[in-house]
Design a protein around this ligand. Structure first.
Ligand SMILES: C[S@@+](CC[C@H](N)C(=O)[O-])C[C@H]1O[C@@H](n2cnc3c(N)ncnc32)[C@H](O)[C@@H]1O
Length: 215
């Protein structure tokens, strides 16, 4: 359930009914996510998946990074636009659930292009010297501001970064938030708006997506 779905479920259904159809593998993965996981609402979902695919198809990126694999729905959506020799690295720390994305990645047409790592994203970002064309961040919200600081050196002109859940069910409007997650998302949104190396816009899709492009 997202902020938007909660506020306006009828309109949300309308949006879903008026977007192009979901592939069979994504339908199956979405169904299995709801059957087998305890927090299925964490899945990116159909509308957001469409957005990721369209952006990826427009960019045809060579190197994509996803922080927060979960069951791999967004990974497959992002992979759909990869350049022929492109690859996507996707990170998660949940070992118990890893069998699910692995199964879907292996049976997908992008099997050779997806590198699924069970690794903490901060550790990965501190170690890597790779530069990414497209980055999707959808993991521990408490670290969003740190992720922005660690990701920036891993981008170049034209790189796009997408941060999910940046409206945080409306909690970003709180004046003195108690939750570390809300504080960190507020800090990220402030950093993104002020950083002159990027242009950005928060899209009010589902729970909000902060869309940044490096100038
Ligand atoms: C909202 S879910 C990701 C949803 C996924 N992008 C999708 O499209 O379905 C968040 C995921 O981030 C993972 N996560 C949390 N902290 C992390 C960390 N420090 N490094 C990597 N992944 C992390 C969680 O295990 C969880 O699977």
């Amino acid at each position: 359930m997202s902020f938007f779905e909660e506020k306006n479920p009828e309109m949300d259904r309308y949006l879903e009914a008026h977007a192009s159809t979901e592939s069979e593998i994504l339908k199956k993965l979405r169904r299995e996510t709801y059957q087998k996981t305890t927090q299925p609402h964490m899945i990116s979902g159909y509308q957001q998946g469409r957005l990721l695919t369209i952006i990826s198809q427009m960019m045809q990126p060579k190197n994509v990074l996803e922080i927060g694999t979960f069951t791999g729905y967004a990974t497959l959506c992002l992979a759909a636009g990869l350049a022929k020799d492109g690859k996507i690295t996707t990170l998660d720390v949940n070992e118990d659930l890893a069998y699910l994305p692995k199964k879907y990645f292996e049976s997908s047409e992008y099997a050779g292009q997806i590198d699924f790592k069970l690794q903490d994203a901060k550790e990965f970002l501190k170690e890597t010297d790779e530069v990414f064309d497209l980055i999707f961040v959808d993991a521990d919200k408490e670290n969003y501001a740190d992720y922005f600081r660690l990701i920036k050196p891993r981008t170049q002109s034209g790189s796009v970064i997408l941060f999910d859940n940046v409206l945080w069910y409306g909690k970003v409007l709180e004046e003195n938030p108690r939750l570390k997650s809300t504080q960190s998302i507020q800090e990220l949104n402030d950093l993104a708006a002020k950083d002159e190396d990027f242009e950005n816009l928060i899209l009010p899709l589902r729970d909000g997506v902060n869309f940044l492009r490096r100038k």
